[in-house]
Each structure stands twice: as structure tokens, then as C-alpha cells.
Design a binder for this molecule. Structure first.
Ligand code: VGL
Ligand code: ZN
Length: 471
């Protein structure tokens, strides 16, 4: 079924890099680029607010193959901030190649954001440059103007659109990638990686703009019915409250601090829950209610110990620094508005963990080799008392496909690291996203610690604890 999303005054369309060099006959032509220019004009006419990005490199830019002796375009090299694909010379400032495609007509665009102008740093993302530190200022601009949802269209789906979408998501915006009006370069599986990453982050990417053209200020998406009426909303709200009442782990005293149903059919849940198990079970109950298109999860776990953000940050940081598996990762912390390096990676950097703590909520960003390491970092953050939630936004690089074996591995690693648990006595089985623990331990506290570890693993939806206590 095709439904519609209403485009409102807090929505912005980001039109990415519709420039001659990325179009037919250009230096870095993206296949099919020309055919999306007219559709983008039409899409843009449905938005009150549009921002254009423009790739804008100085001559001799470090991302150009021509700037490196003996190198060819599309080869990969190491630069100061990590791996970088080399490109043909493109979008050089004040050249025809850098100009917007002559058929692009979006007179009401409010901002043209240029990127890639630092001679030594490439910038795929419209938010953060490829060193993953230098910010373009776009998040601040969008926030200051009160926008909350970012739609993306343009070139290239697997580079500038992808990284912009991910960073918009990490910066706290809701994100929709309009795949119909994007085209990809597709080098070395980059398109697949982009789609994988959208799926992992929960960024909707849709390919059907059907109905969009004749609706005014509306976008068609998969899976939604008609616009919800007030009655539908009350009915959904009643169902949500009933679902939450039916979850015993939430406890009798649980109440939602806020329940908001957005016009696009997504729901915002706010409240304090007794455990991470309760949080996940509650989310699963709500997710099974028909008619909802998404859940914004603001269910936070009641603190075991009162602890300030600074203290939490020290504990999370120290745990990451002491973890041997993270030896080659840079550990950084958000201090004020800037990330500060807390521990470098002198043996050669493999990635970075960026730690941010606000109101007891730990946000992990950065890039980490291996899905199991990403999951371990998340569990370690949960182990700090006083933590109310962990938002694990780390990118796994190179990307790894998730499956039950990967979940099992992560649970095993967590149990082995946990000083409260004797992992050799516990067996782990995984079906889809459900974990079953069996075996025997000496005390109930150990049985509970093991269960909690499994619940803390990113991607685990349920834990069946069949561990026996044999003192
Ligand atoms: C882009 C490669 C180099 C893009 C820009 O717009 O996706 N890709 N510079
Ligand atoms: Zn470029």
C-alpha cells in the first residue's frame, strides 16, 4: 500500500551535488544522473525549504588522484585521517564542472552549502568532513532554523547522500532518503554498503515516488495507510497504553511521561523503566501494533546509582581505554562543542570511539572494525552505574553482515568480560534475535548479571534465562 507523508514547515529537502561534473559528460559522471534532475525539480517544488550542496574543491585537492604521483582514480590510499578513495579531478572551484546542472531549477532554495574546500580534507557529508571531526555548520544551521526532518535527494547515493544521511541521523534529525531521485557511483560494493548502513541505522530509504507528483506537499512512502485521523490516533494511543500495561516487567508503577503520535504515523514514547529488559520488551510490544510506522524510543532506565554526566564519562572512557580489543582505536570525548582526543592510537589507527554523555544518556559514535566490537562497546557503556541509556551509533568499517552467530559471539564476549559472571558455566543459543541462556551458576546474582549482559547487546530483542542456580 502506498500512503503519504505530509511535508511541513519543519521539513527540509537537501539536494546533494547536482553539478555538471557528476552528470553526463562530467569528470566524475554518475550513471543516470541526468534523468533525476527534472524529477528533483518537481520534488523540490513540494518543499517550502530546500538546501543545495555543492562539492567545491580547490585545484590540486588531496582527494584527486592527480595530486598523488603514480596513482589512478578509484584507488584507495591512506591519508592523515584514514582511508580515502582517489577521484578524477572534479568540481574545481569556479570551473564549469562545479556549476549546478543547467536544468536544475530550485529558485526557492534557501542555502547553498559548499563542502570539500579544505585542500587536505575531502567531505562527502554535508555535515562532517572526512576527518570525521571538522564540522560544516549545517547541523547548527538546521537546528537554529527549527527543522526536525531531513529528506535527501541527489548524487551520489553511496557517497555524499549516504554520509549526509548518516550524519543527519546522528545529529538528531529524522531522515528520509528518497532513493528514486538519487543515483550511485557504485565502486567496490559501495551501493550495497550504503543500503546496509541505512538499514542498520533505521533510516527509511524508499524507491516509490508514485503519487508524489500530483499531490501537493506530500510524499508517497511504502507501508502507510491514509493520513491518520484524530479517531485513529486515539485508538492507537489506547492500544499502546494497553500493550504497555500488559508487560509485567514494566512494573505496576510504570507510567509514560509522554506519548506523542506524529502525523506520519510514528510514535514518541517517553518514560522511566526499571530495566533494559523492560525497555526492550515494551518496545517490542508497541512495535507489533498495526498502523505505526516508527517508534522514537525515549524510554530510559532508572538509575541504579545517582551519578553526574562527568563521572559517567570518566568511567566510560576509562573502560574503553583499558579494553585490549580497542587498543588501536582513538578514544575521544565531547567537551563543550568539540571532541577532544583522550587516547591516541600510536600503533596505527583502526577507528575511533566518540563518547558523549548528556543527562545520563551515553552516545557512542565513530568508526569501529567489527560488529562484535561495536556491541562490546555498547555493553561496556551499559555497565557504568548511573547510565540511563546507550545510543550506539558507531559505524562498522568494513561493514559486516549481522546474523544470529554474530549475536551469539557478542553475548559470549560480554559474558567473558563480565567480572560478575563465570562464563564457562553458561551456554548461549540464538534464534533470530532471541537469546537463550542455559547452564548452572553458583548464585542468583550471577544468573541475573548474565541475563542483563544479554539484554544489553544491541540487536537482542528477547532473552530466555534458563540458567540454574546450584550453590
Ligand atoms: C562525491 C566523490 C567525490 C559525491 C563528491 O558527491 O558523492 N563523490 N566527491
Ligand atoms: Zn568531491
Amino acid at each position: 500500500m502506498i500512503g503519504e507523508i505530509e511535508i511541513g514547515s519543519s521539513d527540509i529537502l537537501l539536494v546533494v551535488d547536482i553539478q555538471n561534473d557528476f552528470c553526463e559528460g562530467g569528470a566524475l559522471a554518475v550513471p543516470g544522473a541526468d534523468e533525476i534532475v527534472q524529477p528533483i525539480n518537481e520534488v523540490a517544488s513540494k518543499f517550502r525549504h530546500v538546501v543545495l550542496t555543492q562539492d567545491w574543491h580547490p585545484g590540486g585537492h588531496r582527494s584527486f588522484a592527480s595530486a598523488h604521483r603514480g596513482r589512478q582514480p578509484f584507488e584507495m590510499i591512506e591519508v592523515a585521517y584514514g582511508p580515502q578513495i582517489l577521484w578524477p579531478d572534479h568540481c574545481v572551484q569556479e570551473t564549469r564542472g562545479a556549476e549546478f546542472h543547467s536544468a536544475l531549477r530550485i529558485p526557492h532554495a534557501e542555502l547553498v552549502l559548499r563542502k570539500g574546500y579544505h585542500p587536505d580534507i575531502d567531505s562527502y557529508s554535508a555535515f562532517v568532513e572526512n576527518d570525521r571531526t571538522t564540522r560544516t555548520g549545517l547541523a547548527g544551521y538546521l537546528r537554529e532554523r527549527g527543522f526536525s526532518r531531513v529528506f535527501l535527494a541527489g548524487l551520489a547515493l553511496d557517497f555524499c547522500v549516504r554520509y549526509s544521511a548518516e550524519d543527519a541521523h546522528r545529529s538528531g534529525f529524522r531522515v528520509v532518503v528518497m532513493e528514486d531521485v538519487c543515483r550511485a557511483i557504485d565502486v567496490d560494493g559501495s551501493l550495497l554498503e550504503a543500503r546496509n548502513s541505512f538499514a542498520v541505522l533505521g533510516i527509511p530509504a524508499f524507491r516509490q515516488l508514485h503519487e508524489f507528483r500530483h499531490a501537493s506537499r506530500k510524499v508517497g512512502v511504502y507501508g502507510m495507510g491514509e493520513d491518520p485521523t484524530k479517531d485513529d490516533q486515539t485508538e492507537v494511543e489506547t492500544k499502546i497504553r494497553a500493550a504497555l500495561r500488559s508487560e509485567p516487567r514494566l512494573g505496576a508503577t510504570f507510567h509514560l511521561k509522554a506519548l506523542t503520535i506524529e502525523p506520519d504515523g510514528s510514535v514518541i514514547l517517553e518514560g522511566d523503566v526499571p530495566s533494559i529488559a523492560a525497555k526492550k520488551l515494551a518496545l517490542e510490544k508497541v512495535a507489533s501494533i498495526p498502523g505505526l510506522t516508527g517508534i522514537v524510543d525515549r524510554l530510559h532506565v532508572e538509575r541504579a546509582t545517582p551519578m553526574g554526566d562527568d563521572e559517567i564519562r570518566v568511567h566510560v572512557r576509562d573502560a574503553m581505554i583499558e579494553e585490549p580489543a580497542f587498543e588501536r582505536l582513538e578514544i575521544r570525548e565531547l567537551v563543550g562543542e568539540q571532541f577532544q582526543l583522550m587516547r591516541g592510537a600510536p600503533q596505527g589507527k583502526r577507528g575511533n570511539i566518540d563518547i558523549e554523555v548528556r543527562d545520563g544518556i551515553v552516545t557512542l559514535n565513530g568508526s569501529i572494525p567489527g560488529l562484535t566490537s561495536k556491541r562490546l562497546a555498547g555493553v561496556m557503556a551499559w555497565w557504568v552505574p548511573g547510565v540511563r541509556d546507550v545510543v550506539n551509533g558507531m559505524e562498522v568499517d568494513p561493514p559486516e553482515e549481522d546474523n544470529p552467530d554474530m549475536i551469539e559471539e557478542a553475548v559470549r564476549v560480554a559474558l567473558e568480560k563480565d567480572p560478575l559472571v563465570n562464563a564457562s558455566q553458561i551456554r548461549v543459543g540464538v534464534r533470530k534475535t532471541w537469546v537463550r541462556l542455559t547452564g548452572a551458576v553458583a548464585a542468583n546474582a550471577e544468573r541475573e548479571a548474565a541475563e542483563r549482559d544479554a539484554w544489553c547487546i544491541f540487536g537482542v530483542d528477547n532473552v530466555l534465562n534458563e540458567i540454574k542456580v546450584m550453590p
